[in-house]
Ligand binder design. Sequence first.
Ligand SMILES: Nc1ncnc2c1ncn2[C@@H]1O[C@H](COP(=O)(O)OP(=O)(O)OP(=O)(O)O)[C@@H](O)[C@H]1O
Length: 241
Amino acid sequence: MTAAARRGTADAAARVRGLRKAFGAHLVLDDLDLDVACGERLAILGASGCGKSTLLRCIAGLERPDAGTIVTSGEIGVVFQEPRLFPWLDVACNVGFGARDAHERARVADVLGLVGLANAAKRLPKELSGGMAQRAALARALVRDPSLLLLDEPFAALDALRRIELRTAVREILEFTRASAILVTHDVEDALALADRVIVLAGSPAEIAFTGAVGADATRAAILAALGVVEREGHARRSAS
Ligand SMILES: Nc1ncnc2c1ncn2[C@@H]1O[C@H](COP(=O)(O)OP(=O)(O)OP(=O)(O)O)[C@@H](O)[C@H]1O
């Protein structure tokens, strides 16, 4: 099968079929299928290096699959682990940088308000805390009014309190915008707080080793078990296998 990625009017926010991606001789993903329904919030967990970001980057169009098809519908916004702001542009200009037309430029003030940065529009990135910088990156992703938000460990660089604050902000924004989302995270609490459904990738090439709905079968214990983590007396450790 040849690789193809296209925008469609699919009823799904993202539909992945037969995805293969290798880096040299290292086959990271092979024949992977995944559907994300419109409005669904999916969290992807898995051991470090198993291919979570590669999958997300393929869906984002930032990585070219070796085989398979990826169909997404609507606009995509991407937020990375680090904010990737232009240091010489103020927050409003950073957020507006990706705007393609007057309509999107007019949204800058709205999305800054949405992420809680209305009063920081004129600040340079060096004048922002880590949490504020990541909020600016989130605003930049939102300025095109994406129907699918791809979040690659967006809270990983933040301390525990900022992490919870931004996680809450993202949840409120997703509820407000009704956007679909795919969140790559190492944190089970992030997944439980933000997602409707959780998948765990495992193996090499990576397969979907677990899939479950939050509030039903995707419990904390079930996700940890799928990750190979056993909990004893309040402490979690990796299983010996
Ligand atoms: N551009 C690249 N060139 C070569 N190898 C790569 C490249 N990008 C990723 N890899 C490799 O592909 C594998 C999967 O990487 P990926 O970043 O998708 O994993 P991950 O599950 O997101 O890991 P982590 O949780 O540590 O971020 C890793 O072995 C990684 O070293």
